[in-house]
Design a protein around this ligand. Sequence first.
Ligand SMILES: [Zn+2]
Ligand SMILES: [Zn+2]
Ligand SMILES: [Zn+2]
Ligand SMILES: [Zn+2]
Length: 451
Amino acid sequence: MKMEELQKALNGRSLTVSTLPDKGRCFVTTRDFSPGEVIISQEPYVSVPNKNSSDSSCKCEWCFTSSNIKKCSACQVVWYCGSSCQKTDWKLHRRECQVLSKVDKGRIKSLTPSIRLMVKLYIRRKLQSEKVVPTTSTDNYDLVEALVSHMSDINEKQLVLYAQMANLVSLILKWPEGEISIKDIAVDFSKLACNAHTICDAELRPLGTGLYPVISLINHSCLPNSVLVFEGRLAVVHAVQHIPKGTEVLISYIETAASTMTRQKALKEQYFFTCTCPRCIKAGQWDDIKESAILEGYRCKDNRCSGFLLRDSENKGFVCQECGLLREKEEIKSIAYEVKSLSEKVSVCSPGNNTDAILVYKTIEKLEMELCHPFSISLMRTRETLLKIYMELQNWKEALAYCRLVIPAYERAYQGFHPLVGLQYYTCGKLEWFLGETDKAIQSLTKAVDV
Ligand SMILES: [Zn+2]
Ligand SMILES: [Zn+2]
Ligand SMILES: [Zn+2]
Ligand SMILES: [Zn+2]
């Protein structure tokens, strides 16, 4: 019944809900979409800002801004940037506030974003059933109910954790027994684990978590035709390539810049399925072996050679597939060990101590240039980190140098019109503008706009 209503709402958006034999429900286009075009957008059923451990700053409950925010004087838990956000959220927070105000002082710390999201989910469901909050064909609890939970795939340890969290939610809500069951809440936690989305800002930094039951119907591909971004709390799905009429809309649930083995592992662990996308079905074929060796493998002993390396048959080390040179196992091992211990060292570095961090990351970069293929993901990540630190230090010149190093790796790893590539061109253009390289800035910003 509810799916029929959803279908009606989608007709006007050139989409249809279809059921595939092994994938379940999915969205199929009923017209062509051009790259960049919005396919579908949705407000969250519920959302909650995350807590940053590094800085103690809180965020507005509604719009996630951190500037000029004030604590709700009644519950002392939730923050707002002003009366406009507070008013918009009031119908829900009014009930939530009553509940949160009664939580023992000692238990306030256990109000993690996941616990809060679940409390809000139950309150909103109740408000909709009492018709205090209206329901629509894309905003109703039936859609949440219909989400997959994968309860049978979850291990014992996780089940115990969900049961404890469910118990806490029930203690916070204090609803009579017939109205709420700890078992149901535990099932809902497993639903959130594979369906909730991380809400990010325009620069793709995480702000919070939201549940978007319509967006959750979109299936995964490691070579997606669409991408999910956020405009404030609104989830927006854009086409990243030309999508012909009658095609399934696909986004990626995971980091796509990774080898097939790494991607499959991530999907299995968090989403409990084996991906059969065009990239994954190539597993074990020459193209896929080569790609994995470039993304996660080593570089040739000869600095001028850009060949990729594979393990040799006698297990002595890794052989370049371009020029045939061998790199000894022991040599690779010792550099890899150095990188690992430096990474561990820098991860315990006190946040804010950027000058120390730069020295360590520069050393890591040097070692990785010796160790990894020039297009390897780990080298790309190290340079990304250096770019971030130089930006924080407002060292625009160094930042620009790293930005330019990251772009080719991004363009290779994120094909098509990926927002990360656009964002990188935007950063590059901004830096060039600051440094007075106006012509180059215009070129970079034009590319950013194109993406
Ligand atoms: Zn706000
Ligand atoms: Zn409050
Ligand atoms: Zn895949
Ligand atoms: Zn070589």
